[in-house]
Design a binder for this molecule. Structure first.
Ligand code: ATP
Length: 588
């Protein structure tokens, strides 16, 4: 398939944010796509080469891309850098530069999607000393044969800046229309996607075997299942209204969510955002097989740092010490954990998703033996406010965050957030009722004790409709010296030459970061703001929303992707809830 077909489609899609138009462009593209390339097209549309859980990263830096453009165009690096600074978009800069070049080129060979994909794949796999030179060779060979428009999209994919704003649901709508003539069939695709986390594979099966093929789709051991998520409630009473007469309450432990795939001695661990995190937990890999009495199994657990002497659960931050590439063995002994199981998704070759909560819990208790390291998360069946309060007390005393409440007769709904699971957290000293997860977009250098670190950070919410990160506050409190050090280590490699185009902020930060790191903050209030861009014009024309007295809670949410951060929609709901409380109080 010619790459120009894909580049034209990308170009059209970039010019709209309207879902219906995007869907239409996708349908047209899928109709032109041969079966054998459909999975590649689906990955490339999302700016990837393979599903996230395979961890294949292109990792090409701006500087290298500039060198490659220079090599294939003969235009000096300085000139390319200038062009790039003007617009802040490498793809666009490349188009302008290469347009000058193609005027002198006589023959441009067509390039195919297959060739681009395979070359990108080779680039992603390169490692070691000579890899930079090899990467540059591959990139410039593609750029040599590409038209300016094609080159622009190749570079965007390479640098991870392709932003078509296409949600997975839109891709599934378009696949359903293109291959079955009916958008309603998205549901079938959704189920397959939720259990495989691999949209490319779902598309391939749909193209080859039709909807029936997708209907037969089964869980694949070692491919992660998209997690079921919970709604939040503010009180025991609200929980009872939503859950009915009798339901399960489990400790809500403050650790890292881990999905464990196990067969014999082979163990693979996935995070909440479906990254492979096996390397951080060699202790789980070693110890868990002994506890399993099944041929194969998929479990969900919270890995929690513990005080070995007292057995007490320690806060999430302790687990941060494990997020390292080297000397992990030392971190394992210094920061011991336990694995606290709360669900079973698959056992002995069969899905358990359709079983109701009670059956799943029983099965899990039957096939996994508890020991010092592996535990079933504490659970009680509760019927009224008193029961919940008692169990809540116990859970807080044990060092947990609150409770997860789960309906007894409901299946596991992979990939969805709903009211079958509710979370009831200990109130923070935070009038908003809940903490927010915000993306770090900018930094300000510290003074005095904080010299050499970013003393203040600029934070953003996620704007789903635009696929952008909108500034909401600056935060400079709540940081310990250790936090500041750690933040500097994590953030300094994320500094960019230009502000990333997905960042929407009028502030002048000392440095801009790639919008990647998510941190947790609490605040006293949400207010209207003339400067900040969160929910701009949505509550009042000309105003955005901002946080008053924000404070870092000490939690870096490394398991979350920037797109999992608090959204403007959530902020608006909190803002409206807060106004309602103020109104109710004024009536009292
Ligand atoms: P989300 O609801 O999007 O996951 P979040 O990451 O902010 O948001 P929390 O408010 O912390 O989530 O609540 C859900 C998380 O709680 C789960 O992802 C899981 O890591 C953790 N957790 C702790 N104990 C349990 C439990 N017993 N059952 C399910 N999840 C639990």
């Amino acid at each position: 398939m010619e790459f120009s077909v894909l580049a034209d489609a990308f170009n059209k899609m970039e010019s709209t944010r309207k879902r219906l138009e995007l869907t239409q462009y996708l349908v047209e593209l899928f109709e032109k796509t041969p079966q054998e390339v459909i999975s590649k097209i689906v990955y490339l549309l999302q700016g990837k080469l393979r599903p996230d859980f395979e961890g294949i990263e292109l990792g090409v830096a701006e500087k290298l891309a500039i060198r490659a453009i220079s090599k294939s165009s003969g235009i000096p690096i300085k000139k390319i850098e200038e062009e790039y600074r003007k617009g802040g978009d490498m793809g666009h800069a490349a188009t302008i530069i290469l347009e000058q070049k193609t005027q002198t080129t006589f023959l441009v060979e067509d390039i195919t999607v297959e060739r681009v994909y395979e070359t990108l794949f080779k680039i992603a796999k390169l490692e070691g000393n000579r890899s930079q030179d090899m990467k540059m060779k591959y990139i410039s060979s593609l750029l040599n044969d590409a038209s300016p428009l094609e080159a622009s999209f190749i570079l965007k994919i390479l640098l991870g800046t392709l932003r078509l704003g296409i949600a997975e649901n839109t891709v599934m709508d378009a696949l359903a229309i293109a291959f079955s003539g009916n958008k309603e069939n998205r549901k079938v695709l959704e189920h397959a996607y939720n259990v495989s986390s691999d949209l490319g594979k779902v598309a391939e099966i749909l193209a080859n075997d039709g909807l029936e093929g997708v209907e037969k789709f089964k869980i694949i051991l070692f491919n992660p299942i998209r997690p079921m998520l919970a709604d939040r409630v503010k009180s025991e009473q609200e929980a009872i209204e939503k859950m009915g007469e009798e339901f399960a309450a489990e400790y809500k432990l403050d650790g890292e969510r881990v999905q464990l795939h196990i067969e014999g001695d082979k163990v693979v661990l996935f995070s909440r955002s479906l990254e492979n995190i096996s390397s951080y937990y060699p202790d789980i890999i070693e110890k868990i097989p002994k506890a399993i009495q099944a041929e194969n199994i998929i479990l969900e657990a919270e890995a929690v740092a513990v005080n070995e002497n007292t057995g007490e659960f320690l806060p999430f931050q302790e687990l941060m010490h494990r997020r390292r590439k080297y000397k992990i063995e030392k971190a394992v002994t210094q920061y011991p954990i336990t694995v606290n199981l709360f669900d079973i998704l698959y056992c002995n070759g069969k899905s358990c998703l359709e079983l109701d909560y009670k059956e799943r819990r029983e099965k899990m208790e039957k096939v996994v033996k508890e020991d010092e390291f592996v535990k079933h998360i504490p659970m009680a069946i509760v019927k009224n406010e008193n029961d919940i309060e008692d169990f809540f007390e116990n859970s807080i005393n044990a060092g947990s965050e609150g409770l997860m409440l789960k309906m007894l007769d409901k299946p596991y709904q992979a990939g969805s957030r709903g009211s079958h699971w509710l979370k009831l957290k200990r109130e923070y000293q935070n009038e908003l009722g809940d903490s927010l997860d915000l993306v770090v977009i900018g930094g300000f250098f510290g003074k005095g004790r904080r010299t050499g670190s970013y003393g203040t950070l600029l934070l953003a919410t996620y704007e789903e409709d635009e696929d952008t990160f909108t500034s909401i506050c600056k935060v400079g409190t709540g940081f310990s010296d250790e936090d500041l050090d750690q933040l500097y280590q994590i953030l300094s490699p994320k500094v960019t030459i230009k502000k990333n185009p997905r960042i929407d902020s009028e502030m002048e930060a000392d440095v801009w970061f790639e919008p990647e790191l998510v941190i947790e903050v609490v605040a006293s209030e949400i207010t209207l703001s003339p400067i900040h861009k969160a929910a701009r014009d949505k509550v009042r024309k000309g105003a955005g929303l901002a946080l008053r007295f924000p404070k870092f809670t000490g939690k870096m949410r490394v398991e979350k992707m920037a797109e999992d951060a608090s959204t403007n929609e959530e902020i608006i709901t909190l803002y409206q809830g807060q106004k309602k409380v103020a109104h109710d109080k004024s009536l009292m």
